[in-house]
Design a protein around this ligand. Structure first.
Ligand code: M6R
Length: 606
C-alpha cells in the first residue's frame, strides 16, 4: 500500500526522505518518487521499481534542498510506471497521495473542460490540478488546499508542496498520517517506523485535519479553517525494534519474537494469583443482553476470528458468527444493539474492516476492536479497544500479530467469563496459568527450528500442498496454508480433515504432500483415520502433533512434535511450526519473503 513521507528542516531532505521511505517498504509498493524544493523551484524524480533504484537514479543528479515529499506507490488506478508514480504536479503544486479518490472521473472531466492537461492514469492527479485551480483563482496556498479537499470524495493522506513558498501541507481522511514532533524540523509519514530515527514523539492526525508546516513549526486546522489541538504520543518502539535485528528477514525475526510479543501482550493484564484479567479499563455493555457476537476481519486476522469462535462458544455459550470483512456488509447482516461486533486487525487500517465497523455502528452494535497499531482508525473509532502489544510487524506475512490476536481473544473470553460468573476462581487461575506458560512453550518450538528447516528442504520442490486439521485445528491449517502460498507462491489448500473424503482425496498421490495438524485432543483419533486414507493412496504426510500424539508417528514420512497445551491455546503453539515451514520453504526458493509479489502489508482500499 502507498507510503508517504515529507520533511521540512535544516538538513538535506533527499537522504532523510529516502531513509524514511525505506522504512515504509514493508507496506508493499511498485514505484517510488521524491520531490525536493530548492529556492522556490521543485525537482521531481520518480520511477517504477524499488527505493534503491530511485536512489541510483538520483545519484546522477545534484538534488539539493531542505524541504521535500516522497512516496512509494502500490498501483490502484493505472499500471505501475514512471508516469503514474507520485509525486504529481500541476502548475506550481506537487502532491503525494495514499488512498483513493472516488469522484476522480467527474473532477477530471471538469478540470479538463477548464483546459487542464493530465499526464497520468491516476486518480491522484486531480488533486494537484484542483489545488492549482484555486491558487490560480487567487486563493492562498492553505485555502486552496482546504477548498480542494472539500471537493474530494474517498480517502486520502496527502503531502503537498508548492513552488515559491517554503510551506509543506499534510491532510488526512480515512488513510493514516502522522507527524513526528521535533524542534526545528517537521516530518510527516504514513507510519511510525519511518520517523523513529528522528523522533519518538508522534501526533496521529485525525480525519479532516490539515497540518501546515513552515520555518516556525506547525499548526493544525480543520477543513473549515478552525484551529484544532491534537495530543502528542510517545512511542516506545525503538528504531532498532523496527529493523531486522540480525535476522535475514523481518518475517523470521518476527516469528522468533513471539515469546516476547505474547509476554508483552499479557503483561499487566493477567493476575494469576487472583484469577483475574484486567483489560485496559475496557467497559463492556451488559453481557446478559448480548445475544450474539460477530467477529469480522480479513486474511490472517480472519483466521484468528475463526479460532476466537471456538474459544468463545465453548466457554461463554454465546453464539459467535465470523465473517470476512469484505463480505460482511453486502449481505445486510442481522446485527443490532443486542449484538457485539469484534473487529480484529493488525494494522487497524484495513479498509474492509473499517467499513465493517461503520456498518456495526450504524446498526447500534457495541464495536470492540483488537488492534496492534496505536492511533489507528480501528483503535480510535471503536467503542472499545484492546491492543495486541506485538510491536511493529514489518513482514507482509502476519506472524506475531496472529498469535497475539489469539492471546487477546482468549484473555477477552476470560474477562467476559468472569463478569458472567462462568468459571470458579480456581478454573480461572488454571486457564491463566496455562496462558502464562505459552511463551515458554513457543520457545521450545523455536529451539527446534532447525528440524523444521530440514523438513522444508525435503518438500520445497513440490508444487501443491494440502493442509488438514479438525476442530480448532481447522482454522490453524487455513492460516498455515495462507502462509505458504503468500510467501513461497506454492499452491496450498486447507480443508477440514473430515471433508477430505468428500472431494480433495482425488488429488492425493505421491506428488501431493499433506500437512496434518493433529495435537492429541478430542479430534486426534478421527484425524488418524484421515492420515490412513492419505497413506493408502501413497500420499506423503507431514504430521504436526504434540508429545501425547504417538499413534501415527512411526508411519508417516515427517513428524514435528510440539509441546502440549489446552485445546483453546493449541492454535498459538501450532502457528509457530507452520509459520517456520512456510518461511524456510520460501527462503530456500529465494522469494522476496518480506515483500511477496502483488501483496501489501496494509490493505487500505476496499
Ligand atoms: O492489518 P490487518 O490484520 O487488518 O490485515 C489483514 C490482512 O490483510 C492480513 O492479515 C494479510 O492476510 C496478511 N498478509 C497475511 O499474512
Amino acid at each position: 500500500m502507498c507510503g508517504i513521507v515529507g520533511y521540512l528542516g535544516r538538513k538535506e531532505a533527499f537522504s532523510i526522505l529516502i531513509e524514511a521511505l525505506k522504512k515504509l517498504e514493508y507496506r508493499g509498493y511498485d514505484s517510488a518518487g521524491v520531490a525536493i524544493w530548492n529556492r522556490g523551484k521543485i525537482e521531481i524524480i520518480r520511477q517504477k521499481g524499488k527505493v534503491d533504484d530511485l536512489k541510483k537514479l538520483a545519484s546522477n543528479k545534484d538534488i539539493k534542498g531542505t524541504m521535500g515529499i516522497a512516496h512509494t506507490r502500490w498501483a490502484t488506478h493505472g499500471i505501475p510506471s514512471e508516469r503514474n508514480a507520485h509525486p504529481h504536479r500541476a502548475g506550481e503544486v506537487v502532491v503525494v497521495h495514499n488512498g483513493i479518490i472516488e469522484n476522480y472521473v467527474e473532477l477530471k472531466q471538469r478540470l479538463r473542460n477548464e483546459g487542464r492537461r493530465f499526464s497520468s492514469d491516476t486518480d491522484t492527479e486531480v488533486i494537484p490540478h484542483l489545488i492549482n485551480s484555486y491558487v490560480e483563482k487567487g486563493h492562498n496556498f492553505v485555502d486552496a488546499v482546504r477548498l480542494a479537499i472539500c471537493e474530494l470524495k474517498g480517502s486520502y493522506a496527502l503531502g503537498i508542496i508548492k513552488e515559491k513558498e517554503r510551506v509543506m501541507i499534510a491532510a488526512k481522511k480515512e488513510s493514516p498520517l502522522i507527524i513526528g514532533v521535533v524542534d526545528g524540523e517537521s516530518i510527516i509519514a504514513s507510519d511510525i517506523p519511518a520517523i523513529l530515527d528522528i523522533t519518538n514523539k508522534v501526533i496521529f492526525l485525525e480525519d479532516n485535519d490539515i497540518a501546515i508546516f513552515n520555518e516556525e513549526g506547525f499548526r493544525i486546522i480543520d477543513t473549515m479553517g478552525n484551529a484544532v489541538e491534537r495530543k502528542i504520543h510517545t512511542i516506545n518502539w525503538t528504531s532498532a525494534m523496527a529493523q531486522k535485528g540480525g535476522y535475514k528477514h523481518f518475517m523470521l525475526k518476527e516469528i522468533f519474537e513471539q515469546p516476547v510479543a505474547i509476554t508483552n501482550t499479557l503483561t499487566g493484564r493477567v493476575k494469576e494469583d487472583k484469577g483475574e484479567i484486567e483489560l485496559d479499563n475496557l467497559k463492556l455493555p451488559n453481557l446478559e443482553k448480548i445475544k450474539k457476537i460477530w467477529m469480522v476481519a480479513c486474511g490472517t486476522s480472519y483466521h484468528a476470528c475463526l479460532i476466537g469462535k471456538y474459544i468463545f462458544e465453548s466457554n461463554l455459550r454465546i453464539p459467535v458468527e465470523v465473517d470476512i470483512a469484505s463480505e460482511f456488509r453486502y449481505r445486510d447482516p442481522i446485527i443490532g444493539k443486542d449484538n457485539m461486533l469484534i473487529l480484529v486487525s493488525q494494522s487497524g487500517e484495513t479498509a474492509d474492516t473499517i467499513a465493517a465497523m461503520k456498518e456495526g455502528k450504524k446498526r447500534d452494535s457495541f464495536v470492540l476492536s483488537i488492534c496492534n497499531v496505536l492511533g489507528s482508525t480501528l483503535a480510535r473509532d471503536a467503542d472499545g479497544v484492546v491492543f495486541t502489544h506485538a510491536g511493529p510487524e514489518i513482514g507482509v506475512a502476519s506472524t506475531k500479530a496472529f498469535t497475539t490476536q489469539i492471546t487477546v481473544l482468549f484473555m477477552l473470553m476470560l474477562f467476559m467469563a468472569k463478569k458472567m460468573g462462568i468459571f470458579t476462581t480456581g478454573q480461572l487461575k488454571e486457564k491463566i496459568g496455562e496462558l502464562r506458560r505459552i511463551p515458554h512453550k513457543i520457545q521450545e518450538v523455536l529451539n527446534n527450528a532447525k528440524h523444521i528447516e530440514e523438513i522444508a528442504r525435503k518438500y520445497m520442490t513440490y508444487k501443491d500442498f494440502l493442509y488438514i486439521g479438525r476442530g480448532i485445528n481447522y482454522p490453524s491449517v487455513m492460516e498455515g496454508a495462507l502462509k505458504l502460498k503468500e510467501i513461497s507462491y506454492i499452491h496450498a489448500e486447507a480443508y477440514a480433515a473430515g471433508e477430505m473424503k468428500h472431494g480433495p482425496i482425488a488429488l492425493i498421490d505421491e506428488n501431493f504432500p499433506v500437512v496434518v495438524l493433529s495435537p492429541y485432543d478430542i479430534t486426534y483419533q478421527k484425524t488418524c483415520s484421515n492420515i490412513e486414507e492419505v497413506l493408502a493412496r501413497r500420499g506423503k504426510v507431514l504430521l504436526f502433533t504434540d508429545t501425547s500424539g504417538h499413534e501415527m508417528v512411526e508411519r508417516v514420512e515427517s513428524v514435528f512434535v510440539m509441546p502440549k497445551t489446552i485445546y483453546e491455546l493449541e492454535p498459538i503453539i501450532s502457528a509457530i511450526p507452520l509459520q517456520l515451514l512456510a518461511y524456510y520453504i520460501a527462503n530456500l526458493l529465494g522469494t522476496d519473503v518480506d515483500q511477496p509479489r502483488n501483496l501489501a502489508k496494509s490493505v487500505t482500499v476496499e
